[in-house]
Structure formats: C-alpha cells, structure tokens
Design a protein around this ligand. Structure first.
Ligand code: SIN
Ligand code: MN
Length: 287
C-alpha cells in the first residue's frame, strides 16, 4: 500500500524541519508538480534531439536502439545545464549535507514505451563507493519526472528506511540489462521489504524526488504505451569527492567545482546562460 505524502519546498528552496525528519526516517521526499508545465516544456522539447544524437554518452537498451540512459547532457545542452544549477534541485542537497555540492553524475533515463527495461534492486552509493572510491554516503539523487509516472510505465520502487542499513552486500550484474549494476539478492530484498514495505511515488511531469544514496530502489520494465523519462542529478558534497577514476568521465565526473544556484525562474529566461557548467569553462572555450 502506498500513501504518498506531498511536499512543497520553503520559499528559499529549502526543507522544513518536518521534511528533514521525514527524509531521515524514510530516505526520500516527494514533491509532486514542483516544476510548472511551462518549465517542463523547455526540457521535454530537448529530449528527442538528445536521443537522436549518436554520442557515446547515450547507452541503448539490449536491442541496441532504444535509448536507456543519456549521461552528462548538462555539459553540452543549454536547458539541462540550467537544470543542473537549479535552486529547487541544488539547495535541498546543500542543506542536507551542510556544504556545497558538485555534480557526480547527470543522467536522463528513457524507460521508453514498450521497450524500457528493468533497473534491478540496488543502492547508488554501493556503486559510487565500489567503482568510484567515494569516501562516504554524502551524495544523493534528485530526480525530476519529465513524463507522468504512473503504476504502468515502470515507476521507481523504493524500500522506505532501507538507507539506514548502510552499504549492503551486492553482486556485479553485467548481464541482465545493457548497463552493469551492483545489485542486491532476492533474500535481502524480501527481508528489507518485510520491514519497510515498497512505495512507488507517482505524479505528473514536473514532480521531484529526493533520495538518499543508500536507499534501496529499482524499477520494473515499461510495457505500457507511455514513455517514462526521468532526469537524475547525483549531487555529492564537495569534500566527499571521488578518489578512483575507473568509469568514463561522462559517467562519474572528475570536476568537483561547487554548483552555485541560478535564479528560480532560470529555465524560462533567455537572459540567463546555463553553459558552460561549473568546471567545464576551459572545455567550452576549446570546443
Ligand atoms: C537508477 O536507479 O539509476 C534508475 C532507475 C530508473 O530510472 O528507473
Ligand atoms: Mn539508482
């Protein structure tokens, strides 16, 4: 059974004491319609253009065609660069860590109608620690729904409270999907679900989710006729930057520059540039 608690940010884009308490207890917070339809159109209009490109940053499903995830669009696309510096996404993370944050990873997950494949049960910090040498679980995801997420199109599934268990034992699954992941076994999932249950936050485009780096999550395949595109910012406390560079730079970034938030209305303003993203100034000049 899912009971959704609906939240709003405080006027300065921060979390209330009650929200901080709930995040600590459950490991996530849900904000339906945090972004307006006008703001969402700015982002949504860019997605087909991005997916049409033939870049190494775009990982396809096992069929070799359907876009599964597109990395690092904040480094080359104006609208997504602004999103990567948006106060509604950045300020709560800064508040939770009590310091500046940098972008560890930025991805747009396709989960396309009919063809979007499963994301197995996992913890993101499990990967950040094992593959990237991130010292502590002082990094988190902020997700924004670009499409409506409903019970049919492969919603994210969370096990509330599972972040309290720290880093759980995991196996490196390189075969189930086209993207390798450190995944948890069924026995452990059954045990965690017996304690915390499962929730699947659902809502219109523009809904936002904050979740802890150790929160156990996954998502089923999308056999509906509706796309389920979600953008994820993985924000890391600047003092907690990664120490190993095993994965490509476009998957685990190596520029630890603090992100300064742009104005709250940046997405719909043409006088505010998003690019170059902090840390990419020299790359932008060279391009
Ligand atoms: C993820 O956990 O990294 C992706 C899950 C999803 O987009 O469904
Ligand atoms: Mn994940």
């Amino acid at each position: 059974m899912t009971t959704q608690t609906h939240h709003q940010l405080l006027p300065n884009q921060t979390l209330s004491a009650q929200q901080l308490e709930q995040f600590d207890r459950d490991g996530y917070l849900f904000f339906p319609s945090a972004f307006s339809p006008t703001e969402m159109k700015v982002l949504l209009d860019e997605v087909p253009k991005l997916y049409a490109e033939n870049r190494p940053e775009i990982v396809r499903e096992k069929d070799g065609k359907t876009p599964r995830t597109s990395f690092a669009a904040h480094t080359y696309n104006e609208a997504f660069a602004k999103l990567g510096q948006h106060p509604r996404l950045i300020e709560p993370a800064k508040q939770l860590f009590g310091e500046d944050v940098y972008m560890h990873q930025f991805k747009i997950n396709g989960k396309q109608a009919f063809d979007g494949d499963v994301w197995q049960w996992h913890q993101d910090y499990g990967t950040w620690q094992r593959d990237d040498g991130m010292p502590q679980a002082r990094a988190m995801n902020v997700a924004l729904f670009l499409d409506e997420v409903n019970e049919f199109n492969g919603p994210l599934l969370f096990i509330p409270g599972s972040h309290k268990k720290g880093v759980l034992q995991a196996g490196h699954d390189v075969s189930t999907t086209s993207y390798p992941l450190w995944t948890l076994d069924n026995e452990k999932i059954a045990e965690l679900v017996a304690q915390g249950g499962i929730v699947a936050p659902k809502g219109p485009p523009g809904s936002m989710l904050l979740f802890h780096g150790c929160l156990v999550h996954g998502s089923p395949s999308n056999m509906s006729p509706w796309n389920r595109v979600i953008v994820y910012l993985s924000l890391c406390a600047v003092s907690n930057h990664i120490t190993q560079f095993n994965r490509p730079d476009y998957i685990a970034h190596r520029r630890f520059n603090p992100i300064a938030s742009l104005p709250n209305d940046c997405l719909t303003r043409t006088d505010i540039p998003g690019l170059p993203f902090p840390g990419y100034e020299a790359t932008a000049k060279a391009a």
